[in-house]
Unconditional design. Sequence first.
Length: 523
Amino acid sequence: MLDANIKQQLKTYLQMLRHPIELVASLDNSDKARDVEQLVQEIGECSDKVSVRLDGNYDLRPSFSIAKQGEEGRVRFAGLPMGHEFTSLLLGLLHVGGHPPKVEADVIEQIKGLQAPANGAHFETVISLSCHNCPDVVQAFNTISALNPAFSHTMIDGGMFQPLVEQRKVMAVPTVFQGTQGNSTTSFGSGRMTLEEIVAKLDSGAAEKDAAKLNAKDEFDVLIVGGGPAGAAAAIYAARKGVKTGILTEKFGGQVLDTLGIENFISVKETEGPKLVAALEQHVKEYDVDVMALQRAKALNKLDDGKLEVELENGAKLVSKSVILSTGARWREMNVPGETEYRNKGVAYCPHCDGPLYKGKRVAVIGGGNSGVEAAIDLAGIVKEVTLFEFDTKLKADAVLQKKLYSLPNVKVIMNALTTEVNGDGSKVYGLSYKDRATDEVKQVELEGIFVQIGLLPNTDWLKGTLELSKHGEIVVDHKGHTSVEGVFAAGDCTTAPYKQIIIAMGEGANASLAAFDHLIRQ
């Protein structure tokens, strides 16, 4: 199960345990249960502070819990936490064993002070082992459960527990359910969630306390709105100039978090979005930058004294001498009947995350650019059949991707097609309607999943009427990142810059930050 190298690393990590822990496995007669038994036994062999029992009676089998000796297990894995989830397993062992999590002290105190919700304090996260978003959610709930005895959590491998996935109509991961042990069927949320987001959702008074804390902050020299590659670069360049710098971000990393493979970031042969984001965040925190996470901007106002005010959704207001907008972009939607109704019920936007849930089923990919063709290629190895729909009369993807696509026997391409409706039975998708643009004939295709890959929309809705936007909603900028409002700069995918690339966004962030500094010294 674990090779010699991993075992050696595990032995080193388990030396950090501060008190003994116990692994309790609940097994059946399946091959997977034998794998789970082997895994927990091998973990137990790596430390004399880890004991193993095989007589658990948890309903989901195979599974195992991690508990402080003498206590009930509150951190549990239903399935084999390998692949992306191996780190979740390792952290679960350490945190239950008393090793402190790498979390801000105020967040730890907030977690310890949480009261059990009235509708249940047991959470279950349905994941897929290929999902790069799932570990963040699993690790967050495991941390809460390790620190606060009122809470417990189970990771459920959707690929291993297909009947449960079908019963709960899970069509996107991660999906979190809330309730009591044995009855956690109330939906809590889906998609990537950070620990801070989850804690804020569980803490009813968090928004008001957060707003009061923000309102008490002093004036900034440079305030950056958006924590993607452009915002991170802008923050570093501003902080290095020695000016008071703040960064507001709803979710650090932005769209890059949903990017699996990155092979064109110069000097780095290949990496993954979450890894790059972690490095960016760590780099920003090396400097004196006030990072304010979980914040959504609501309005940008010019004050009478020429300074700028950013108003947030929670009611807080921050003042700065200059502002850099780096709000990035989001997935473009089809805007057809049924899309919103069936989101996460058959309509999905991340093939890497949700693809495994459609094993053996028929799916569609909407969009013939690089993203769409790459999605179709990836899905073809999992699903029964992929139908790719392209609005134009030809695909826009790179030639090498098209060649690979057309070599796959279970992929069909329909050109000149306009998607008109997502068809469903009220609980899940069963088909898609499209118009043949050459004949105007409306046709239907039976399928179980639709992956939308038609580009991005800039996150600038809140800026309409404040500064100049292009007809596509992008912030109009010059070669130095100036916008139409003095003291306001912009960078990255939210602007009129023609190429939406990570490396270009970083360069533009640095460019806008230098322009903001130039603005400050000339005031």
